[in-house]
Design a protein around this ligand. Structure first.
Ligand code: PSV
Ligand code: MN
Ligand code: MN
Length: 424
């Protein structure tokens, strides 16, 4: 392991007095800081195996060096993140980018780092070497039944890998759609996709869930067959109780009210998974909370309220994953920032007194309701998030520790400057 407990302890020791001052100041003002801290300690967000190298754009890729080039190294990187913040305790694999050749060995390695396997992701949006039929004109929607069958078989294979690793969910994101009017018969594309998804659903183990991820556009720019939450909800409803919608924050048309979508999907018991990222224009996959942190807070407020209304466990009853990756930052620093933004928004959402808010709503007190939300959002809870880390044995300031211990330089020393992570 690149980092040991003594290094984390020494880092925390140096910052403890300053941290305590900030924490006592804030927690003294809160009605129940302890309850928030307990929830923060439990909350874990999965790291996708494809976010550990610099990636992102179609136009160029600039590796900062020391990227993990095997699945084992990717798990080591996620283990390192988890040591630093104790909130990244799960891995989400993309097949075939990260095929576990020896599943038991990979599982053991993950256990050494205290990591679980979250949702498995299939990939029928690219052609792979040695693949028989092409997905150029779609996969599950394809006019040729043989292509559809190939896509079904691939998803079933992904489930098999997941079973070996102890995962219990499959995320299906399809790039299927069309680029020009007339290219596709919408109804046929929908029905073919439904039939294909039904075949995958039939192969799901008893305790598994399938998440149908939607996306408005890209790589198809005229229509997408699972293009929005309505279409995803239709598929999930027709498939059955084990099928859910997955919301990726970057997959909406500009200015969509994502918090309302989340509230309604939870209300319908059909929200299953979540991909965090941020964007200014489209599916930008930028660091969580870097562009629209208030929107992130509003989404979390709906998640907390909706899950509480249904008696759900925040930490385990939805599949939480970061789906961000780009070109200009160290991917590990970037992921630390994303996790921090998620924990902060979650903490702020937990601060909202739903009873007081509900009273304001029942009285049509519009200004009062806005004050309640904004005062939670404007409360600086960074020291609470740090306290949760401290209590779980992580670093008070993960990013600083990453830099102090020159971890990237160590990774470059081990893996070289030219190592390339597989993925996007
Ligand atoms: C597609 O844009 C997506 O959000 C899906 O979740 C994919 O699995 C992931 O990005 C990586 O391409
Ligand atoms: Mn996604
Ligand atoms: Mn995406």
């Amino acid at each position: 392991m690149i980092l040991n407990k003594a290094q984390i302890d020494a880092h925390n020791e140096k910052r403890l007095a300053q941290h305590k001052r900030a924490f006592d100041f804030v927690s003294g003002e809160l009605p129940d800081a302890e309850a928030i801290i307990r929830k923060l300690v439990d909350f874990q967000v999965a790291i996708p195996s494809w976010a550990l190298g610099s990636g992102g754009t179609r136009f160029g890729r600039f590796s900062g060096g020391g990227e993990p080039s095997t699945l084992e190294e990717k798990i080591e990187d996620i283990g390192l993140l988890h040591q630093l913040n104790r909130s990244s305790g799960a891995v989400s694999l993309h097949i075939p980018w990260d095929i576990p050749k020896d599943a038991q060995a990979i599982k053991n390695l993950a256990t050494d780092f205290d990591l679980k396997f979250d949702a498995m992701n299939s990939n029928t949006f690219q052609d792979q070497k040695d693949q028989k039929l092409s997905y150029k004109f779609g996969s599950m929607q394809h006019v040729d039944k043989a292509v559809r069958q190939q896509a079904i078989d691939h998803n079933i294979e992904v489930i098999k890998y997941g079973e070996e690793l102890g995962s219990n969910s499959l995320t299906v994101w399809l790039s299927d759609g069309s680029c020009f009017p007339g290219q596709l018969n919408f109804r046929n594309a929908f029905n073919n996709t439904l039939e294909s998804l039904q075949a995958v659903y039939a192969a799901l183990p008893e305790d598994w869930k399938v998440f149908v991820e939607y996306k408005a556009f890209e790589p198809n720019f005229y229509s997408t067959t699972v293009g929005d939450w309505g279409q995803s909800l239709l598929y999930a409803s027709k498939l059955g109780d084990k099928a859910y919608t997955l919301v990726d924050l970057g997959h909406h048309l500009p200015n969509a009210n994502i918090e309302q979508i989340v509230a309604l999907l939870l209300n319908e018991k059909k929200l299953g998974g979540f991909h965090f990222n941020d964007s200014k224009y489209g599916d930008d996959d930028l660091t969580v909370g870097s562009i629209k942190p208030y929107q992130l807070f509003l989404i979390f407020k709906e998640l907390v309220e909706g899950m509480d209304a249904r008696g759900m466990n925040h930490a385990t009853d939805l599949g939480w994953m970061i789906d961000a990756s780009h070109n200009v930052k160290d991917p590990l620093e970037d992921l630390l920032q994303s996790v921090e933004a998620i924990m902060l928004a979650y903490a702020q959402a937990l601060l909202v007194d739903s009873k007081v808010l509900s009273d304001a709503q029942l009285n049509n007190d519009v200004a009062g309701a806005q004050e309640i939300l904004q005062s939670a959002y404007r409360t600086d809870l960074r020291s609470l998030v740090a306290e949760a880390r401290l209590r779980s044995g992580a670093a008070l300031q993960p990013l600083q520790l990453f830099r102090e211990e020159k971890i990237r330089q160590q990774l470059i020393g081990k893996r070289g400057t030219n190592s390339i992570a597989t993925g996007l």
